[in-house]
Design a binder for this molecule. Structure first.
Ligand code: APR
Length: 192
């Protein structure tokens, strides 16, 4: 499914993000940046050791990455040129600033991707796996962050790469509340 918001194509798709042919894919990492399970593990496996080596250098220089922040490495063996590593919040019930931290993770990832010259960015559903953020509010925060990103016109395409068809259904249900009057239509866009 996809929709055009001003000049930017926003797509919702079910796929493995490691195969995504965009300029930058976003990784749902942890603060240590040493890899893990879920999408993080998949990105490091597919991208090869150069990504971990860069992550180690970043942590050695700047320390661990707080929730809501983002850093960039190269894409190693991935089709994407860059990986933006961000840390979503662990869900503790919603009273520990989780919503704001998740929004920051999306906005800081977009900012970093644009600063590197990316024109297309793919996101997984940050924090909704091991970190247990409920998918429905998380999908609204993800879509609203893209809607509100001040430099959205610098991007040709933003892709939400969901891993399960049911997750795509939730994003589709959330869509009209975030983009009223903007219709999602079937479409494959440029990237797989
Ligand atoms: N492509 C796209 N999405 C994927 C992929 C993939 N290859 N693999 C998993 N996912 C999906 C999951 O199904 C989930 O919907 O990514 C979403 C985020 O789940 P997690 O990867 O568990 O990320 P998160 O909830 O942010 O937890 C981060 O998990 O593995 C660790 O190192 C990571 O500690 C960090 C924590």
């Amino acid at each position: 499914m996809q929709a055009r918001v001003n000049g930017t194509l926003i797509r919702l798709t079910v796929n493995d993000i490691t195969g995504c042919r965009v300029d930058a894919i976003v990784n749902a990492a942890n603060s240590g940046l040493m890899g893990g399970g879920g999408v993080d593990g998949a990105i490091h496996r597919a991208g090869g050791p150069s990504i971990l080596a860069e992550c180690r250098r970043i942590v050695a220089k700047s320390g661990s990455l707080p929730a809501g922040q983002a850093v960039v490495t190269g894409g190693g063996n991935l089709p994407a040129r860059w990986v933006v590593h961000t840390v979503g919040p662990v869900w503790h019930g919603g009273g520990r600033g989780e919503d704001e931290l998740l929004r920051d993770a999306y906005l800081n990832s977009l900012r970093l991707a644009v600063d590197h010259g990316a024109r297309s960015v793919a996101f997984p559903s940050i924090s909704t796996g091991a970190y247990r953020f409920p998918l429905e509010p998380a999908s609204g925060i993800a879509l609203a962050a893209v809607r509100d990103f001040p430099a959205l016109d610098a991007l040709d395409e933003v892709v939400f790469v969901l891993f399960h068809p049911g997750d795509l259904d939730v994003y589709r249900q959330t869509w009209p509340g975030v983009f009223p009057g903007v219709e999602l239509v079937p479409g494959t866009g440029k990237t797989r």
